[in-house]
Design a protein around this ligand. Structure first.
Ligand SMILES: NC(=O)c1ccc[n+]([C@@H]2O[C@H](COP(=O)([O-])OP(=O)(O)OC[C@H]3O[C@@H](n4cnc5c(N)ncnc54)[C@H](O)[C@@H]3O)[C@@H](O)[C@H]2O)c1
Length: 342
């Protein structure tokens, strides 16, 4: 089954409105979720809704997001998300970071007591649209074992960097694990196997079974380098922002417990370093150099191709997700048969 972008937005808005999420917040969650599905990160799109609905029912995601600014300096801030929707809290954090960057050249906002925010790249895109560089990092509940170990201690710790350019969408948005955990959850739901060299079972043996992998650990990307990068992110999105780290991080995949992860959201204004037009033209020049070889892609190309395809052909919705969404909408008294079937 496939749904259109408009149908996805309307389905999410209806569910969130029924759950008491204010319109403005619901529309942020809907836009970020649609962005994930359009870009091909379905592991962080509509497929995460059953988790969010459980989080709201368990009281771990508050439908009304209320942010407290705990520390505020010209270039930095620390905010408490008070357990609101991660999407809304991160959106507001990037707004603050961009405002600071426009004044001082750089803005960095630390976030704690938030929730799973979907795709990191949505928030770095917000910076690109204002001619700023955007950087987003976060820690998550453990999924990755340190090199040499088999017990998960690090999160899948996403990293997104977006760079303004005159000609292209330039964005890297990725987990620091060999695969996002959401892709394992998605494979489990769809009854599919996962690629080789991505995960280990609980005994530390390689596995392509997502159920075994979810009981074991996901490998870091790029061997020791991915581990080292995830280690650093764990700290900059943990102790630096008054959030948990390592095994104490909970609630990013399991909605039954409160979320204790942290985020660090940053914006940089290139015009405080160099002339903005020169900067963009040099970025474009570099892209042209890289793309001079046929079939070479730059970070962001996959997303652009996926958005075009999904806008033209629709967004795939697998049978098991459709069943889960039918159960949710029926409990909420929403008639969505025209979108997800009866
Ligand atoms: N909210 C969370 O806690 C959390 C945690 C982990 C991951 N995530 C999200 O999961 C999503 C998926 O992460 P992933 O690691 O599975 O992504 P991935 O492995 O699909 O990598 C995606 C990135 O690699 C780039 N890329 C792919 N092929 C390329 C090529 N040939 N040349 C140049 N660049 C190329 C893409 O443009 C994209 O930016 C991301 O959106 C991430 O933010 C979120």
């Amino acid at each position: 089954m496939k749904i259109t972008a408009e149908q996805e937005l309307s389905l999410i808005m209806e569910m969130l409105t029924q759950l008491g999420v204010p319109d403005e917040d619901a529309s942020i969650v809907a836009e970020v979720t649609l962005d994930a599905d359009l870009k091909g990160f379905s592991s962080h799109g509509l497929g995460r809704f059953p988790q969010y609905i459980k989080g709201i029912s368990a009281g771990n995601i508050k439908p009304k997001s209320e942010i407290t600014v705990e520390k505020d300096n010209p270039a930095t801030a620390l905010i408490n998300g008070n357990h609101g929707f991660g999407h809304v809290v991160t959106y507001r954090a990037m707004e603050m970071a961009m405002e600071k960057a426009q004044k001082t050249g750089i803005g960095m906002v630390g976030v704690h007591n938030s929730n799973h925010f979907g795709v990191a790249g949505y928030y770095s895109d917000m910076a690109i649209m204002e001619d700023l560089i955007g950087i987003v990092i976060a820690n998550t509940e453990p999924a990755v074992a340190p090199i040499g170990g088999k017990e998960p201690i690090l999160g899948t710790n996403p990293l997104a960097i977006g760079i303004p350019s005159g000609s292209h969408y330039v964005s890297v948005d990725m987990a620091t694990s060999a695969s996002a955990r959401g892709k394992l959850l998605e494979a489990e739901r769809r009854g599919e196997m996962i690629p080789e060299n991505v995960a280990l079972d609980a005994e530390g043996n390689p596995t392509i079974d997502p159920c075994e992998a979810l009981k074991g650990s996901i490998l870091p990307f790029g061997a020791h380098k991915g581990y080292a990068l995830a280690f650093m992110i764990e700290i900059m999105a943990g102790p630096l922002v008054s959030a948990s780290y390592g095994k104490a991080v909970t609630g990013t995949a399991n909605p039954e417990v409160a979320c204790t992860k942290g985020d660090l959201i940053a914006a940089i204004d290139p015009s405080k370093f160099v002339d903005m037009d020169d900067f963009k033209s040099e970025v474009d020049d570099f892209i042209a150099e890289v793309k001079a070889t046929p079939n070479v892609f730059i970070p962001g190309d996959m997303e652009v191709m996926n958005v075009k395809r999904h806008q033209e052909e629709g967004i795939p919705l697998d049978d098991n997700l459709a069943i889960q969404l039918r159960e949710i909408t029926s409990k909420l008294g929403i008639d969505a048969a025209d979108i997800i079937g009866a």
